[in-house]
Design a protein around this ligand. Structure first.
Ligand code: RIB
Length: 305
């Protein structure tokens, strides 16, 4: 079975649900508090496995309670964690997530902990896993020089790459040529342009600039508005699927989208169909609380195909 290797961080998510997200200096009373597995890379690996893909995760965790939660979700979801180093000298990281219970919107501070200590040497050890995969998927929460190094290894070995540039950060110009699929949201694409990207016209222009840098496909995720695709041949907006279910928590929806996209591409779907599949996976994740725990099973996704 074709595999998808994923590099990124695992942290424990500490999520606080209230009627609003507090502003600076404000204290509010919350309604719920949930601890669960998180970290964009880890969430994406779980999304891949639950959507029916063969996920191999590359990361570092601590030998502690939060780390044990990671192992449990990988065993439950079927993620291969042979390349997840359990380091005694570092503590597993955590994310503080404030969720607006009314709209499902969030604000996050993430401290990568052990996962932030992953090195190029660790990537050298995981290189056979990257080389033998069909797709390599990563984000920008792990140390940037390590992410760039791994992307280049993937590209040199003809492995298709997806970079979800979250959170947005400066990337070495020469690394853009190693990216087959670049999946920013509106905030992230605005960061790379240096100005707000809101309209379809803005997205066209932004995508053209990114294509000129050597990226093959730009997919801008737009939440409930769907996703915008631009490559050499196509340029269009793909609507989000109306799931008719209430949105309770949008945290991790981008991770669900990226995991779904990787699975659909590995299964050989054309780009438009792959984005539709990813939109369904992303949408379904917003109907449940949590991040890794809200990733839909393939049987749930298939109901909408
Ligand atoms: O994308 C959502 C994730 O971002 C959360 O799980 C949190 O841990 C942060 O990494």
């Amino acid at each position: 079975m074709k595999t998808i290797s994923i590099l990124g961080i695992y942290v424990a998510d500490l999520a606080f649900f209230a009627d609003s997200i507090p502003i600076k200096g404000e204290t509010i009373l919350g309604k719920d508090f949930v601890i669960g597995p998180g970290g964009k890379g880890s969430n994406q690996a779980v999304a891949v496995a639950k959507a029916g893909g063969n996920a191999k995760f590359i990361s570092k965790i601590g030998d502690d309670q939060f780390g044990k939660m990671a192992v449990k979700i990988y065993e439950d979801a079927g993620v291969d964690f042979t390349n997840v180093i359990q380091a005694k000298e570092h503590a597993t990281g955590a994310a503080g997530i404030l969720v607006n219970k009314v709209t499902g919107e969030n604000a996050i501070t993430v401290v990568p902990g052990a996962a932030g200590k992953i090195t190029k040497c660790d990537i050298d050890i995981a290189t056979p896993t990257i080389k033998n995969s069909s797709i390599f998927l990563t984000q920008l929460e792990a140390p940037i020089e390590v992410v760039e190094y791994a992307l280049q290894i993937a590209k040199q070995n003809n492995v298709k790459t997806i970079l979800n540039p979250a959170p947005a950060a400066k990337i070495n110009d020469k690394v853009f040529q190693s990216i087959d699929y670049f999946t920013p949201n509106e905030t992230e694409v605005s960061y790379y342009m240096g100005h707000a990207v809101n309209t379809i016209e803005d997205m066209e222009k932004a995508s053209n600039q990114l294509l000129d840098k050597g990226i093959k496909n730009i997919i801008i995720t737009l939440g409930s508005k769907g996703a915008f695709l631009k490559n050499e041949k196509h340029s269009y907006l793909i609507d989000a699927y109306d799931l008719k279910n209430k949105v309770v928590d949008t945290t991790g929806a981008g991770d669900a989208f990226n995991g779904g996209l990787a699975v659909a591409l590995v299964e050989g779907l054309e780009i438009k169909e792959a984005i539709k599949f990813a939109n369904i996976v992303g949408g379904l994740s917003t109907t449940k609380i949590g991040t890794a725990n809200s990733m839909p099973l393939r049987s749930e996704i298939d109901n909408y195909l």
